[in-house]
Design a protein around this ligand. Structure first.
Ligand code: DC
Length: 232
């Protein structure tokens, strides 16, 4: 493969969207490392707001209260070699936001248009200069509809559940409810009225069900290479 980061090439905005457990985070992190870009996990911002709602006893259905909460929050993502460090009002909540109660809450607070507006404007500000791989559900459709590269990474639900279980085992978490959690989140993400999870019309759709992580990465890199060549 050629040098993807040559001096004549401007820094790209790369959007990776898809359902839970499709492998977005791993691919986005590996791609960003290879390109010397930053990897931003947009879902972590929804998780941070959800955590704050839990801590403040705010209903996940109360859109005005959630929008107000977002307005008074400082949510920062710090890209590191092991994924994003998540800071909520300057407190490190990286581990906490991955717990099951926050996962469920994030899925519920993210249905509200006013919450999404807040998130989208902050996410745009983070990525607008390029040199970024941003992953989420609406990056290629709403956050960066003009992204240089859009990938929609999908996989069979059963395979996504198995992968998620493996990840949790590695972290020492044992959960019987991964299948239910993924199905419920999928349903909510795909059917919500505001920015439902759908591939952008110009996205490269990759089904990773039968592909290794290396193979998925290779195909994404091919797309980056093509774009980089076109820009030279
Ligand atoms: O990617 P994740 O599992 O950390 O995302 C947590 C939740 O946030 C997910 O259930 C839906 C929501 N989300 C979203 O609506 N839009 C995004 N761009 C990212 C996440």
């Amino acid at each position: 493969m050629n040098d993807l980061t040559g001096p004549s090439t401007r820094k790209l905005i790369i959007a990776i969207d898809g359902p839970a457990g499709a492998g977005k985070s791993t691919i986005a992190a590996r791609l960003a490392r290879k390109l010397g870009y930053v990897n931003l996990e947009s879902g972590a911002m929804y998780r941070a707001l959800a955590l704050k709602a839990i801590e403040n006893d705010i209903s996940f259905d109360d859109e005005p209260a959630l929008a107000g909460l977002a307005d008074e929050s400082k949510i920062h993502l710090e890209p590191t070699i092991n994924g994003n460090r998540v800071l909520l009002d300057e407190v490190d909540v990286t581990q906490r936001v991955r717990e099951a109660d926050v996962t469920e809450a994030a899925s519920r607070v993210s249905v509200h248009p006013r919450v999404r507006e807040w998130m989208v404007s902050h996410q745009r500000a983070l990525g607008i200069k390029g040199g970024v791989v941003m992953e989420g559900r609406d990056i290629g459709t709403k956050v960066f509809p003009d992204a240089d590269i859009k990938i929609f990474l999908d996989a069979d639900p059963v395979v996504r559940e198995q992968r998620r279980l493996e990840q949790q085992k590695l972290k020492g978490i044992t959960s019987q409810s991964v299948a239910t959690e993924i199905r419920e989140r999928d349903f909510r993400d795909r059917t919500r009225a505001a920015s439902p999870l759908v591939p952008a019309v110009d996205a490269l759709i990759l089904d990773s069900t039968a592909l290794s992580e290396d193979e998925v990465l290779r195909r994404v890199e091919e797309a980056v290479q093509k774009k980089t060549d076109a820009l030279r």
